[in-house]
Ligand binder design. Structure first.
Ligand code: CMP
Length: 139
């Protein structure tokens, strides 16, 4: 089933100039880029985006990390895009991610793990409109 998922190239990967390589990999793996923008998130935006994690001990640090530099926000489309993107990202902790996954290639720690992806259709339905209006999603 054709699906859309939200991908975020996180501040660590943008800072290290990996954004282009990550976008190229998405195209190579057959994802269509339906929307794309670079943003510096506000603290309120990052807190709202990760609200599901607000009780976790790493929440404050995660929010500070996500507002520490620009992110690249992407809507990707493909058959079973959510699962396909999760597989392409690899495990949350880059040290545990399979070889050649984005987090193994570009992540440096469980927090600075290069990319985010929606983890379910329900999450994608929250995350995509969190950053994109319908007119910003093309095709
Ligand atoms: P992400 O897929 O964006 O979803 C939540 C983020 O929280 C996750 O990637 C990591 O960047 C971060 N995270 C998850 N677990 C931990 C942890 N134990 N310590 C620090 N950060 C974490």
């Amino acid at each position: 089933m054709l699906e859309q998922t939200l991908a975020i190239v996180k501040p660590d990967a943008v800072r290290k100039k990996y954004a282009g390589s990550i976008l190229a990999r998405y195209e190579k793996e057959g994802f269509r880029v339906r929307a794309l923008k670079m943003r510096l998130l506000s603290k309120t935006e990052a807190e709202g985006f990760y609200a599901v994690h607000r009780e976790r001990p790493f929440f404050g640090s995660l929010v500070n990390f996500m507002v520490g530099g620009p992110v690249v926000l992407v809507v990707l489309e493909k058959d079973n895009a959510i699962l396909a993107h999760r597989k392409l990202m690899g495990a949350t902790d880059p040290a545990k991610a399979d070889k050649d996954t984005l987090r193994a290639l570009y992540g440096e720690s469980i927090e600075s793990n290069a990319v985010h992806g929606s983890d379910s259709p329900e999450t994608a339905r929250f995350e995509i409109p969190y950053f994109f209006s319908t007119t910003e999603i093309i095709g």
